[in-house]
Design a protein around this ligand. Sequence first.
Ligand SMILES: [Zn+2]
Length: 127
Amino acid sequence: MKCGDKGHRNAAGVLCQQNILESEIGCLWHRRSPEQRRELATRGSIEAQRQRRKRALPASTAYPVLTDPAGCRKVLGDTIQAVRIGTLHPQLGSVVIQGVRVAIELAQLELAGQIGELERRFRLRQT
Ligand SMILES: [Zn+2]
């Protein structure tokens, strides 16, 4: 049977759909008193915050070097590893990798500018 069959509703007012035994007065949530539920919700949100914080790198983490290929490679490797071992949330990892991608695009733009400048100078000398 469903918890809602005993009259329990969720925050939206919809009958609770948790499966329960007929002998139970409600699901894990609804068999608690309102005080117990509030306490459980608070503990849950504190734990969720703790989990979110845990999955970001500490503020003491070295500032990433994105000005040379070796620095970019290191940031990519460190980020991928941190996501793989669960110390960095994948969304944060995506932000870091996107940042590295933009740094590489900027370097390509700079290089294109330098090549263009060299070409102009070379043509000026030839004529
Ligand atoms: Zn319920």
